[in-house]
Each structure stands twice: as C-alpha cells, then as structure tokens.
Write a protein that binds this ligand. Structure first.
Ligand SMILES: NC(=O)c1ccc[n+]([C@@H]2O[C@H](COP(=O)([O-])OP(=O)(O)OC[C@H]3O[C@@H](n4cnc5c(N)ncnc54)[C@H](O)[C@@H]3O)[C@@H](O)[C@H]2O)c1
Length: 422
C-alpha cells in the first residue's frame, strides 16, 4: 500500500549533500530524522539545515552503519564520494532501506553486479539520482523523440564538459573526492549526466542494450598547468603525472544498431556543455548552439535558399514542453540546477512512497555506472573494444512493465496530468 509520509536518512553532507537536503525537505511527506558524514563538522552542518527548515533536530552519525541500524527509516540518500556509493547502497538495501545514490561511475563491474543482486535479493530498490533526466530541455526533447519528430534514432552524443580544474586541484585542501580519481584513474569518470537521457531515449534495458565500447584518452596537461599558475611551481603536485587524460572519448554500440559517443572533459578552460546530440532519420538536435533541424519543419532562413539550415531550439521548447515541466513552471520551479534537482528528488520520494519501481532502476544504475570502469579497461588495453555486461540477464528483451506516472522516463504519460486524457 502506498505511504504518504516517508522517513529518509542522509549519508554524505558535503557540497552536494547539503545542497539537496534542504530541497528534499520541500518534497511533500518527507522527514529526515538522521544525517551522517564521516566528518563531524559536515554532519552537524546537515543537522542545522534540517533543524532550520523543520524545527526538529535530526540525530547525527559519523558511521553510516550505525545510521542503518535504525528501523524507522524507509530509505537513505547517499551523496558520498564515487568510490563509496555502491558499498553504502549494498549495506543499506541489506538493512531494509531503499537507496538513492548520487551520480558517479563504478570502479569495477563487480560492484555493479553487487547492486543488482542485492536489490533482487532484498526487494529494495537502488535509484541513481540522475537529475539530468529531468532537465527541461532533455524532457522536451524526450517528448519530441516519442512523437517521432526525429524519426528513427541512429546516433546520439553527450558529455560532461565542465571546467573543474579548481575543484579537482584543491581536493586535499577542501577534502573533496575528485582529485584522487584524476591522479590514479584514466577513463570516462562521469558518464551518467548525458548517458541517462540517452539511455532512456534509446530504451536501454527495455528492448535495447549497450553491446560494446571503445575509449581513448588524450594526454594530460590541464591540471599541471592550472596548479603551476595558481599554486606555484613548487607545489608538490605541480609536476604530478596525472593519469586522467584531459579529453576522454568513448564510443558505444547498441543492440538496436545505434551508436553513442560520450566525452569527458573537465581539466581545460571551457564553457559548460553536456554536448547533447540527437540524430535520427528525420532530423537532429545539437545542444552546442541550441539548434535543431527537422526535415519538412525547419523554416529555411538562408537568403540563398540553402535548404539545410538550423533553427533555434527555443522555438520548439514551448510547443513540445514535457507536461511535467508545464505543470512545474505553472506551480513554481524550485532552485537547484534550473529545477531538475527537485524533480529527481520528487521522483525518488514518489518511488519510496510506492514501495518500488523507481523511474531509474538498479539495472539502469548498474549499466550507466559500469561505463566508467569499462572505459578504463578499454584505455588500459590500448582502446580495445570491451563488452558491456547485460545486468538484466536477458530480461531486456522481455521486461516486466514499468510503472507509469508523472515521473515516468519510459514514455510521456499525459493522462496523469491535469487536463490530460484520462
Ligand atoms: N547530480 C549533480 O548535479 C551533482 C552535482 C554535484 C555533485 N554530485 C555528486 O554528488 C556526490 C558528492 O559530491 P560532493 O561534491 O559533495 O563530493 P565531496 O567529495 O565533497 O563529498 C562527499 C562527502 O561524502 C562523505 N563520505 C565519504 N565516505 C563516507 C562514508 N563512508 N560515510 C559517511 N560519509 C562519507 C565525505 O566525508 C564527504 O563529506 C558525488 O557523487 C558527485 O559526483 C552530483
């Protein structure tokens, strides 16, 4: 039976954890009675956020295993470091809690299988909190894909292209987790921001799957240059041989014949872009330039009569706005990354209330996270192709039905919105 009120613990209270905690408390029916971080100052910071917002002081834990012993929690949210998400999620499901983990890639395929097997054994779900699946553009474009405006999709691209040189290089001073990954790893370290929307558009794990990937990394220069300029030539990491290439490119082949290209690019100066590109038999969209070309629809703006011109995607956004965003803009958008954070947290809370069937399930979580360690493997092998495991164990060809609803990411469920056709 659906619960209207849920109790959720928060584990990991640095920038991201503290950023989403206050927003999560705005979701109807949510209480946070327990917070945890291994650093006491951060755990107490989380406690203050809850106290200021609700007037009630949550219990503070420095050891997440102690928090998991509580029997009054329905779920936990885990915005910890990349290499701790899975082990905390596995322990949480074994302790009888549903889990929402923040985004990041896996360090091994084994940890992805552990997530899948633990979820199947315990009946608890693990949802990757991929907020970009709920971004306004991504949802409007999903709506357009489902209305067949792009025709049959043949190719998609995306990336995490974000100048994070300061965040990475100041990792020790700021106790931040990214630095050590860039020192010691080399791969598509942060695949899911655009792979999430791409996977949903391509019906990955529901009729389609990733088959193989190939990755290639450029040399690494950006971080050393930033350190020399900002911390001085004598700083101990000034000449450190960072393993992570400045630009990592990954190509994935799908069972349905589509190709996907991902780009990881965080250590040189650049403007932010997730490089979204959707290409089908009837047209394409490109985030860079926010432009679109749909055969038979795009108004020809070229003075010479050249038929292959672009249009501004802004002209399409309103017309094809996803009904969730139509409702959201009418009722008032909540902060956090243009509003998408509140939507993914609401989707998570909705699944906890329902007791299962989250819009991003453990098979999606495992598949998207696995791209990281598989790309590391491919690069280590000289860009050798590596197979992507089928975490559904064959069920992708005949899955149980998904749960329809306002947060559904498999189809646009217009009948669930006010004024829709019930
Ligand atoms: N979805 C988004 O838009 C978005 C934005 C920023 C960050 N993130 C993700 O959120 C996560 C956290 O990011 P951040 O920038 O706050 O990272 P961070 O490294 O600053 O913080 C991680 C926190 O987890 C805590 N932690 C680690 N292991 C723990 C354990 N065993 N028990 C208790 N606490 C533990 C650390 O002490 C730290 O406070 C990362 O996965 C990051 O990729 C997502």
């Amino acid at each position: 039976m659906r619960k209207e009120n849920i109790r959720v613990g928060y584990i990991g209270l640095s920038g991201r954890g503290c950023g989403t905690l206050g927003e999560f408390l705005d979701v109807e029916g949510v209480t946070v009675p327990a917070v945890c971080d291994k650093y006491e100052d951060r755990a107490k910071n989380g406690q203050s956020i809850v106290k200021d917002k609700t007037g009630v002081e949550p219990d503070v834990y420095l050891d997440y295993k102690e928090l998991l012993k509580r029997d009054d929690l329905d779920a936990v949210i885990v915005p910890t470091t990349w290499i701790t998400h899975s082990r905390i999620a596995v322990d949480a499901m074994r302790a009888g809690k549903h889990v929402g983990i923040e985004v990041g890639g896996a360090a091994s395929v084994e940890e992805c299988w552990q997530l899948v097997r633990t979820s199947e054994e315990t009946g608890k779900f693990c949802m990757l909190l991929e907020n970009c699946c709920y971004d306004r553009n991504e949802m409007a474009l999903f709506n357009m894909i489902k209305q067949n405006l792009f025709g049959e999709i043949v190719h998609m691209e995306g990336g995490y292209q974000h100048d994070l040189r300061e965040e990475i290089c100041m990792g020790r001073e700021n106790r931040h987790g990214r630095l050590f990954n860039f020192m010691h790893r080399n791969g598509e370290l942060y695949p899911t921001h655009q792979l999430g929307p791409i996977s949903k558009a391509l019906s990955i794990n529901r009729g389609n799957r990733f088959l193989t990937l190939v990755s290639m990394a450029s040399k690494s220069r950006g971080l050393n240059e930033w350190i020399k300029q900002n911390k001085g030539e004598d700083y101990d990491l000034a000449d450190y041989p960072f393993n992570q290439g400045d630009v990592v490119t990954t190509m994935i082949k799908c069972a349905g014949g589509e190709t996907v290209v991902l780009t990881h690019d965080c250590s040189t100066p650049r403007a932010y872009s997730r490089k979204y590109r959707i290409q089908g038999t009837k047209g394409l969209y490109m985030e860079d330039g926010n432009r679109i070309h749909i055969e038979g629809m795009t108004v020809n703006t070229d003075e010479d009569g050249w038929m292959h011109s672009w249009e501004d995607f802004g002209l399409y956004l309103e017309k094809y706005e996803h009904p969730l965003w139509q409702k959201y803009t009418t009722e008032g958008i909540h902060g956090g990354h243009g509003g998408m954070d509140f939507l993914v947290l609401s989707a998570f809370a909705d699944a906890v209330k329902e007791g299962g069937n989250p819009p991003i399930d453990v098979y999606d979580t495992a598949t998207w996270m696995a791209i990281t360690c598989l790309s590391e493997e491919s690069i280590a092998l000289g860009s050798h192709p590596v197979p992507v495991p089928d975490f559904t164990n064959g069920m992708w060809i005949d899955r149980e039905p998904y749960r329809r609803g306002v947060y559904c990411l498999e189809e646009v469920c217009t009948d669930f919105f006010d004024g829709g056709e019930k």
